[in-house]
Design a protein around this ligand. Structure first.
Ligand code: COA
Length: 260
C-alpha cells in the first residue's frame, strides 16, 4: 500500500492507520484526505481486518485540523470540493461496518476533531485537547463537525465549541460524551490495545449489526430503526458465531468467535 502520508501496520486482526505529517501536526491536506479514503476502503474490503486504530504520528497531535496553508489559497469552488472530499472520507469511516478507535494523544482540532467524531470510539490521553477553532480563521467546520457534534453532545455544547473556538481538555471532552475514556498518557497505548483486542475477538456479524443499527438507525424515525434492528437480529442468527456464543454460555466456557 504505497501511501506518502500514512503508515499502515497490521497486528493480527487489528490494523493501525497513522497519519504521518508530524512536522505539520498531521494536518489534513488534500492528499492525506485522499489517502485516508483509500486506506479505509482497503480496510473495509479486507476480511482479515476486524478493528482499525486511527492515530497521528508524534506525541503532539492526533490531527491539528485541515491544512491551513491549502485553505489560505483555496477558491470557493475548491473549498466546496475540499469539504465534500473530507465529508465523504469521514462518512466512510463512520459507516465502515468495522469499529474504528481514535487514539487521541494530543491536539484533535478542527478537521482532527471532526475525524475523531467520525470514529466509533474515542480514547484520549489526559494531555489531549479537542476543539473546533475554525471560527478563529473566519470559517466554520466543513467536514461534518457541525452535524456530528450536535448529535454526540447536544446543541449547547456544539454551539459553544463552534462559536467560541476554544479548545477543551480531555476531561471536559469526557464529561460531554465526546470521548469514551481518558487515561494517563503512559496508559494510552495499553488501553487502546485492550479495547481493540476485545473488539477483534468479538463476533464481527454482531458488531456489524450493532454499528449499522446505532449509526444508521439513530438518524431514522424510531419505527425504521427498530425494524432495522429486528432484521439485523434475525440475520445474525445465520452465523456460526451466534451458535458458538449461546452454546459456550450454556457449556460454561469462553466462546471462540471465528467470524463465520
Ligand atoms: N494546518 C497547517 N499547518 C499546521 C496546522 C494546520 N491546521 N496546525 C499546525 N500546523 C503547522 C504549523 O504551521 C507549524 O509549521 P511550521 O513549523 O512549518 O511553521 C507546525 O505545524 C507546528 O505547529 P505550531 O503552531 O508551531 O505548534 P504550537 O505547539 O505552537 O501550536 C497548535 C499548536 C495546535 C495550537 C497550533 O498549531 C494551531 O493552532 N494550529 C491550528 C489549529 C486550527 O486552527 N485548526 C483548524 C484548521 S481549519
Amino acid at each position: 500500500m504505497p501511501f506518502t502520508n500514512l503508515l499502515i501496520n497490521d497486528d493480527g486482526a487489528i490494523r493501525s492507520i497513522t497519519i504521518n505529517r508530524p512536522d505539520k501536526l498531521n494536518a489534513l491536506n488534500q492528499q492525506t484526505i485522499a489517502e485516508l479514503h483509500q486506506a479505509f476502503a482497503l480496510a473495509r474490503a479486507d476480511e482479515s481486518v476486524r478493528v482499525i486504530v486511527l492515530t497521528g504520528a508524534g506525541p503532539k497531535a492526533f490531527v491539528a485540523g485541515a491544512d491551513i496553508s491549502e485553505l489560505d489559497q483555496a477558491t470557493p469552488v475548491q473549498m466546496r470540493d475540499l469539504s465534500r472530499a473530507g465529508q465523504d472520507m469521514m462518512r466512510l469511516v463512520e459507516t465502515l461496518g468495522k469499529p474504528v478507535i481514535a487514539r487521541l494523544q494530543g491536539f484533535a482540532l478542527g478537521g482532527g476533531m471532526e475525524l475523531a467524531m467520525a470514529c466509533t470510539l474515542r480514547i484520549a490521553s489526559e494531555q489531549a485537547r479537542m476543539g473546533q477553532p475554525e471560527i478563529n480563521l473566519g470559517v466554520l467546520p466543513g467536514f461534518g463537525g457541525t452535524q456530528r457534534l450536535v448529535r454526540l453532545c447536544g446543541r449547547g455544547a456544539a454551539l459553544e465549541l463552534c462559536l467560541l473556538g476554544a479548545p477543551i481538555k480531555a476531561q471536559r471532552a469526557y464529561e460531554l460524551g465526546l470521548v469514551q475514556q481518558v487515561v494517563a498518557a503512559d496508559a494510552l497505548d495499553d488501553t487502546v490495545n485492550a479495547t481493540a483486542t476485545q473488539l477483534a475477538a468479538s463476533a464481527p456479524h454482531a458488531i456489524r449489526g450493532i454499528l449499522d443499527a446505532i449509526i444508521l438507525g439513530a438518524d431514522a424515525p424510531i419505527e425504521i430503526g427498530l425494524s432495522y434492528e429486528t432484521q439485523a437480529f434475525g440475520l445474525v442468527a445465520s452465523s456460526q458465531d451466534k451458535a458458538e456464543g449461546t452454546r459456550a454460555f450454556l457449556e460454561k466456557r469462553k466462546p471462540n468467535f471465528t467470524g463465520t
